[in-house]
Design a protein around this ligand. Sequence first.
Ligand SMILES: Nc1ncnc2c1ncn2[C@@H]1O[C@H](COP(=O)(O)OP(=O)(O)O)[C@@H](O)[C@H]1O
Ligand SMILES: O=P(O)(O)O[C@H]1O[C@H](CO)[C@@H](O[C@H]2O[C@H](CO)[C@@H](O)[C@H](O)[C@H]2O)[C@H](O)[C@H]1O
Length: 523
Amino acid sequence: MSETASTRAIRSPHDRLSTTAPALLSSLVPLLSEWLPRQRWFAGKGRPITGFQLVSATELLPCAAGGATPGLLHLLVRAQQSAAPPGAPQPVPPEHPAEPATSSPTGPVASGDCYQLLLGVHSALPPQLAPAVIGRPAGGPLHGRTVYDALLDNRLCALLLERLRVPGRLGGLRFCRVADSTISSGMPARPITVEQTNSSVVYGDSYILKVFRRTAPGLNPDLELPLALARAKCGRVPAPAAWFETDPEAGDGEPVTLGVLQPYLSGSADGWQLALNALAVQADFTSSARALGHATAEVHTALAETLPTTELRRPQLDAVAAQMNERLVATARVVPALRPYCARLRTAFDDLAALGHDGRAWSAQRIHGDLHLGQTLRTADEGRWSLIDFEGEPSRPLAERRRPQPAVRDVAAMLRSFDYAARSGPSGGDPWSLEWARRTRAAYCLGYAEAGGLDPRSAPELMRAYETDKAVYEVLYEARHRPNWLPVPMAAVRRLAGAHASRGAAGADPGAGPDLDGADGRA
Ligand SMILES: Nc1ncnc2c1ncn2[C@@H]1O[C@H](COP(=O)(O)OP(=O)(O)O)[C@@H](O)[C@H]1O
Ligand SMILES: O=P(O)(O)O[C@H]1O[C@H](CO)[C@@H](O[C@H]2O[C@H](CO)[C@@H](O)[C@H](O)[C@H]2O)[C@H](O)[C@H]1O
């Protein structure tokens, strides 16, 4: 296993780590090799780790031996991985190559995903932190002490909040606070336990800090877009209060966004749970969906007003269609069940490309990029919808996620989510649930158009192409993360492929198409 500690990037307020970086990394390698692949947020599951590179290390609290209090170490570690071992079942490969590594004047930096780790270091770990243990290094500067996931230690999480309250630099990190935000001190910290892509900690009932786990150079859209929306006075997205990033003056290249603190919408419920609750008692969801359509359109309008927009003409539409096609081919290579539908699904992408052939232009803007019911919160008191998690699809490269795109891509993604809800749960996929999905989808589109968004019914080719692309993404996502869920996007694949067949054979079939009809104001 290879190990590289780029000492240039190792910063410590006490400059202790810079001299011990290689020994630190060597002592952590056996621990991380075992612990990292077990984490929900580890993106490279199924491929053996062949080496580590220590990109940066910062002591946030001294980790000196013999102390009664824990130390806190911030690390950025690149995990190098090979393909699956010979003879092992082939894992679903990553959808994209690892994010490009930051260049270094000392030479090329090894490729591989870069992860953010916050490590607690303690001589005598309290028993309640046993689930957080990573291991005990057998040598190096932390020899004999217990290293553990600091984001599960309320005391260390509280310290992180203190750092965010006071803007400034520490080692290789920079802590930033929005000018008019008031963050009180001493709020109790608790990690959240829901399934998520990153790791989040709630402070009191006031703030939530998301710590990005897989990092990439550049501004994370989950900071960029909420900041822009706050500037535009859009009240649909919690406005960031503080964040931290790598300090561009301490390292190379662009800052890497590492974590964002935003108001916690206490007592709110997420749209996924609300939709499942409605389905469980056969309740109507159209008024909620219509209101969610309003919220989505408001966010899109604000994004288009504050951030650059562009136009998609023939060359751009051709490129988008080609990219969708590539993803289809790549997914079918590893999910054989998709293969019989590829030819008919491809017609959706051909129709998208054809839109550019008559000289028309379509507008593109910054969008959410991974909109689904789990990214929506409805407040308990006012019943008002908010949108969260603007990171985009986590498996796509950052540059792609930050590109302007047609806003209907978010609409199509949300329509997929209503379909997911109707096909999950005990009665998933029964006729009543499917009719629930059809009405809910229509109400959402109606709300979106009412609040000024492009009426999705006026862009059926765009909608079908983006819905198909999303279903293909979901096929890969489920194959990789939740194989039991694969039938859900596969049902959509059959429907969307059937939409082509019925269009060719017998004209429009409302049961098989993108289901945009029926928005009859019953919401
Ligand atoms: N501002 C907020 N207020 C209340 N809960 C939130 C807020 N932001 C996130 N959450 C909760 O945290 C969960 C994870 O947040 P999310 O941003 O989706 O993280 P990830 O990108 O890691 O999946 C959400 O599903 C939601 O339950
Ligand atoms: O966790 P993220 O928010 O980053 O998003 C990823 O995981 C989602 C599942 O948690 C996944 O969403 C898919 O499943 C949802 C139900 O669990 C459903 O509502 C969505 O429509 C469906 O796409 C999302 O695609 C993925 O990027």
